[in-house]
Write a protein that binds this ligand. Structure first.
Ligand code: AMP
Length: 194
């Protein structure tokens, strides 16, 4: 039975970096980031990528059918017994769809949903810092799109927390410390569950 971990967090929470570093430490973990998968599709120049870009560039959610296809494909192709996906779910609809999928998928079990929690101030400073430092500038790392991304993240958050808390699957990790502290903390938690 494969074990699936989901990581959610505000833009700038560090969720993708944390998951990448954890996966790099363990041969039995594969990591996928929904945002990275969408950016790869955009970079390919495909029609699907163009559709995706029209949502990502504004900080809006990519349509549900594309998102579901993307994560189901990632779950299916993962070559390891442990899978970490960051950036999912981002809506109640996505959460319910995954729940239905997993109910029929006997080879994969949802082990935990990790929420990386940071203040809006920290999230904003990290995003704007990343935009200033990065060579590969992301079109959505600017202050206007940041506020929309924050709202899109925050609107369904209480419902998502409630759903996974009721299933005893929600784990909140403090995302305010150093990357090393956060990764050590998250890694210890993941290891305790596998
Ligand atoms: P991220 O790299 O996690 O900040 O995601 C970048 C962008 O990709 C988001 O602002 C959305 O436009 C899109 N995206 C990522 N994950 C999802 C998802 N689960 N559902 C819909 N859109 C998503």
């Amino acid at each position: 039975m494969k074990k699936l971990f989901l990581i959610i967090g505000a833009p700038g929470s560090g969720k993708t970096t944390d998951a990448q570093l954890i996966a790099a430490r363990h041969d039995d973990i594969t990591h996928y980031s929904t945002g990275d998968m969408f950016r790869a599709e955009i970079a390919s120049g495909s029609e699907r990528g163009k559709t995706i870009d029209s949502f990502v560039s504004k900080g809006n959610l990519v349509p549900i059918n594309i998102v579901i296809e993307t994560i189901v494909e990632a779950i299916k192709k993962a070559p390891t017994p442990v899978i970490i996906i960051d950036g999912y779910p981002r809506s109640v609809e996505q959460m319910v769809e995954l729940d239905k999928y997993l109910a029929n998928e006997k080879d994969v079990e949802l082990s935990s949903v990790i929420e990386v929690r940071v203040s809006e101030e920290t999230a904003k400073n990290r995003i704007l810092g990343r935009a200033a430092e990065s060579e590969v500038v992301r079109g959505d790392d600017n202050v206007e799109v940041f506020y929309n991304r924050m709202k899109v993240y925050t609107d369904p958050l209480a419902a998502i927390q409630e759903f996974y808390t009721a299933k005893n699957l929600l784990k909140v990790i403090d995302g305010e410390g150093t990357i090393e502290e956060i990764v050590n903390n998250m890694d210890a938690f993941v290891q305790s569950k596998i």
